[in-house]
Design a protein around this ligand. Structure first.
Ligand code: LLP
Length: 419
């Protein structure tokens, strides 16, 4: 639980964030994660399924820190992986292969081989061509590949264009008009391909369940006709994308998406199938903070006020890439001190390295916190501008249980010199 105390100080699991950071002594910029909050988010989502058979396949791309993946796996999560690296990490974190789905529009042969050798629940085929490639790899390995077809439902969703994935122009999934070809490919390769599920993922940061529910209904309808045609389906995967409240609201709760998917499969008489969902963001984003130190304020004669902090777009790319807004707050409470509008910016040499204008104490705080940074923060970080990757601090039960210090500039210099 991340909350503010009576003096305005941030607390994680009851402990002062400032004190936790001092104990961790890992410097800034630093991501701080509340593992208990993540575990509770998973338990909340699971309640949304009621008694329906389900598998929460955590999308590792959101946050692949081992402690995060293990905390969710302990809470019964499986994994949605999109690369050989994520597959290996999920398995190394103790997730059973039968609880892993392998998604992604461009899986290489070596990645398909690793997934088939591990025996994942399904390789989610994104095209008819990919089905043929999976069949070829299964033949080469002497195995039968469990596959699902990722259906592109042809639906527009209300989210940022970069993360909408279920419309006709998107590179993802098989359009309904092409499914006949997919069924033929499955028949042609019946000795190497076993269709065990159907899947879709319409987009990320969905703030309403409407489109998600429509896609789930379409999947359930298609699944019913496949079952009638004799396919021994075991699951329907309605994807992830459950939105969170970054400060401008998100009426739909993660459990509402689960309930919508349950309703869709039950309506088609498929309540016995396992419902798979692939949430990333909603399980981790609100329980991660990016802590940054103020490098210097900069105030112009024209009255512009910039607060230059030591975290940049290389540490948290979302504002630059999606015009995303993360709330920025002082690390320690400032009481009734006068406030001012500060444009919070990072040190990177790009104008998009800008976290937006925030109401902060007029006397600039020594350190600030960017909220809701637990998803797609560290996992999208880079070393652009010769900046080392940020630190990560893990908190459980109000205690620091792990800390990876910020990489050093020397490491970067050594790595680049070696090229
Ligand atoms: N399943 C598939 C097939 C996906 O492509 C994704 C996300 C997920 C599940 C998990 O979606 P989530 O529950 O996290 O919304 N970097 C962007 C988000 C990119 C999402 C990519 N795919 C951001 O920072 O907003």
């Amino acid at each position: 639980m991340i909350e503010r105390d009576a003096h305005g100080g941030l607390r994680i699991g009851g402990a002062s964030l400032a004190a936790l950071l001092e104990a961790a002594a890992c410097g800034t910029p630093a991501y701080v994660y509340d593992l208990d909050g993540m575990a509770e988010a998973l338990a909340d989502l699971v309640r949304g399924f009621g008694d329906a058979p389900h598998l929460v396949a955590y999308a590792l791309k959101a946050n692949s820190a081992g402690r995060v993946v293990r905390a969710l796996a302990e809470g019964s999560a499986g994994a949605d992986v999109v690369s050989g690296g994520e597959l290996a990490l999920a398995l190394a974190c103790g997730i059973a292969p039968s609880r892993v789905v392998f998604s992604g529009v461009g899986k290489r042969d070596d990645e398909l081989d690793a997934a088939l050798a591990a025996g994942v629940l399904a390789v989610q085929a994104e095209s008819v061509e990919e089905l043929e490639r999976i069949a070829a790899r299964a033949r080469a390995l002497g195995r039968v590949a469990r596959v699902s077809i990722r259906v592109n439902p042809g639906l527009e969703v209300d989210t940022h264009a970069h993360v909408a994935t279920g419309h006709d122009e998107a590179k993802f999934g098989v359009a309904e008009a092409d499914l006949g070809d997919a069924w033929s490919a499955l028949e042609r390769n019946a000795s190497t391909l076993a269709l065990t599920g159907l899947s879709s993922h319409v987009g990320s940061q969905l703030v309403s369940t409407d489109t998600y529910a429509r896609a789930a209904e379409q999947l359930a309808r298609l699944a019913r006709s496949r079952v009638a045609a004799g396919a021994p389906l075991s699951f329907i995967d309605t994807g992830g994308g459950f939105g969170i409240d970054y400060g401008s609201g998100c009426p739909a709760r993660p459990a509402d998406f689960a309930a919508a998917a349950v309703a869709a499969v039950r309506r088609e008489g498929l309540g016995h199938l396992t419902l798979v969902v692939e949430p990333g963001r909603s399980l981790v984003a609100p329980w991660g903070l990016l802590v940054a130190s103020t490098i210097a304020p900069k105030v112009s004669r024209a009255g512009r006020r910039w607060l230059v902090i030591d975290a940049g777009m290389n540490d948290l790319l979302r504002p630059a890439l999606y015009q995303a807004r993360h709330r920025v707050e002082p690390l320690v409470g400032a009481g009734d001190a006068p406030r001012a509008a500060w444009r919070v910016v990072g040190p990177v040499c790009e104008s998009s390295d800008d976290f937006g204008t925030h109401d902060l104490p007029a006397e600039p705080p020594g350190a600030v916190v960017l909220r809701d940074a637990g998803a797609y923060g560290y996992s999208m970080a880079s070393r652009y501008n010769g900046r080392p990757l940020p630190a990560e601090v893990f908190v459980r039960g109000g205690q620091v249980v792990g800390c990876t210090p910020r990489a050093s500039a020397d490491d970067w210099v050594r790595d680049r010199l070696a090229t």
